[in-house]
Design a protein. Structure first.
Length: 144
């Protein structure tokens, strides 16, 4: 429960920061990753072990790296999913990454409509909300 509450708080702060400044602070990512690793290391993160937490970070980095390399998303977005991986473990992070991509596409369509309806100066989509949605849905999505 502590791990889930911590992750939720970090995601809320990330979303607010991303909407306000289109940045996710490295300090927030570092604190979040360290917390996720420590909670897993001390067996306070459910079934997620320290190894799974570490692999979750790697999977999170790799999931969104192509988007960054293509210039379609910022480094903070990749680091945010990696931070979430420290709480989720590798398998759930993989699912969270896939759910994030789906949510990101859906939210981007809404964002395009909003840009046309209201005056938004910075047209870049704040992707932290899609990551949060993907992380929230991932534990409940299972493939047969």
């Amino acid at each position: 429960m502590l791990a889930l509450s911590t992750l939720l708080l970090l995601l809320i702060i990330s979303i607010i920061s991303d909407f306000k400044s289109r940045r996710i602070p490295n300090s927030l990512i570092c604190i979040g990753m360290l917390s996720g690793l420590l909670l897993s290391g001390f067996n306070l993160n459910g079934d997620v072990t320290l190894l799974q937490s570490t692999l979750g970070i790697v999977v999170g980095l790799l999931m969104l790296l192509p988007g960054y390399l293509l210039g379609k998303m910022g480094a903070g977005d990749i680091k945010l999913l990696a931070m979430c991986g420290s709480y989720l473990g590798a398998q759930t992070t993989l699912m969270a990454g896939l759910c994030t991509l789906v949510a990101g596409g859906f939210f981007a369509l809404i964002w395009v409509v909003l840009i046309k309806k209201i005056a938004i100066k910075d047209k870049r989509y704040p992707y932290a909300s899609a990551i949060a949605a993907g992380v929230a849905v991932a534990p409940y999505v299972h493939f047969a």
